[in-house]
Design a protein around this ligand. Structure first.
Ligand SMILES: [Fe+2]
Ligand SMILES: [Fe+2]
Length: 346
């Protein structure tokens, strides 16, 4: 990951290769991505690095972008042949690695997906995608005020709104629609409708959020949200118990933060068990239509974090559970042991 002085160096590099308008946009994306990273607990340095580099191939010619892709085996879609400027995302990720020394796959993915998004984006990818659209220098897109507000309250809703508005704009005859933009929009509509309301998708149209998709964080549909998060928590607890997790704790944080409704904390004895706990939670919730939006720490298995939106599952080894002591950090939440949780469900 880039250190502070590396960020300064990258900024100088971008100033050299970009015209002044583009460079100003780049600084805006760096700043906005950093702000969103602070808001959502992502790595600020990764967000700044991806923000700085996201358009590093924007000032190349179409021929140069095509040539980078062809020489390096990067596939070019029919749409990209027709609109080679779209390749600045893929070519940019390539340059970020080869020319600017970025190894972090998450940063490279964020650069690569910043124009169209993609199904199953990581938190960093979503942050860079949204930051690119809302940075302070942008002033042409419709609904910017609403999207800027949403970006800091409900990031996935902001993402969905941007995708919907983009599709609506392109489909009105202003340009070609990249199939990946549509695919991403469909994916997040599906995830949103599963999260928020079974009937939400039926009334959905590009550019307008369906009635059921609004959540309590931006007002409305509280009933479905509560049911979903309780259902998710129950399933996750069952999945953890089935694989003999140690000391399962549930913290109801719905009254103290907008991050989620429940934190589930559990322990495992070794890497194999911790990964098995994680796999079982993911599989069990996935079968019920609740998808893991982000998973961190699986390989090392000291602390695996699984983000299901309204439920966040933490699986620790003994050492890290004591070290991070989430129960203490979240002591303002309502802490339940398994007996209390079962009483709650009865
Ligand atoms: Fe771009
Ligand atoms: Fe950009």
């Amino acid at each position: 990951m880039a250190k502070e002085d590396s960020l300064r160096k990258l900024r100088r590099e971008m100033e050299k290769v970009q015209d002044s308008r583009r460079f100003e946009h780049t600084l805006g994306v760096e700043f906005t991505a950093a702000s969103l990273a602070m808001r959502y607990g992502a790595s600020i340095k990764s967000a700044r690095t991806a923000g700085l580099l996201h358009d590093c191939a924007k000032c190349l010619t179409d021929e140069e972008r095509i040539s980078i892709c062809r020489k390096n085996g990067i596939p070019i879609s029919e749409m990209e042949w027709k609109n080679p400027f779209l390749l600045h995302a893929k070519a940019g990720a390539f340059l970020a690695k080869k020319q600017y020394g970025i190894e972090d796959e998450d940063i490279l993915n964020a650069i690569c997906s910043h124009t169209t998004g993609r199904p199953g984006m990581s938190l960093l990818e979503m942050i860079v995608f949204v930051a690119d659209y809302i940075e302070p220098g942008r002033n042409k897109a419709s609904n910017l005020e609403e999207i800027r507000r949403l970006a800091f309250t409900e990031l996935d809703q902001a993402l969905l709104k941007i995708l919907g508005d983009t599709l609506e704009y392109l489909e009105s005859g202003s340009g070609d629609v990249d199939p990946m933009t549509r695919k991403t929009w469909e994916y997040y509509m599906e995830v949103g409708s599963l999260r928020h309301s079974p009937d939400a998708r039926a009334s959905a149209a590009p550019g307008s959020l369906p009635a059921g998709i609004k959540c309590r964080r931006c007002g409305g549909m509280r009933g479905n949200m509560e049911q979903n998060s309780m259902e998710m928590a129950k399933l996750a607890v069952k999945a953890l118990e089935d694989k003999k997790a140690e000391d399962i704790r549930i913290i109801d944080i719905s009254q103290v933060t907008v991050i989620a409704d429940y934190f589930l904390i559990a322990g495992g004895n070794n890497r194999n068990q911790i990964q098995a706990l994680c796999d079982n939670v993911e599989e069990t919730l996935g079968r019920a239509g609740f998808f893991c939006r982000q998973k961190e720490g699986y390989d090392t298995a000291n602390w695996i974090l699984m983000d299901f939106g309204d439920v966040i599952v933490h699986i620790f080894d003994k050492e890290n559970r004591l070290l991070y002591d989430l129960e203490r950090i979240w002591r303002d939440g309502r802490q339940m042991n398994m007996e209390e949780f079962r009483r709650e469900q009865a």
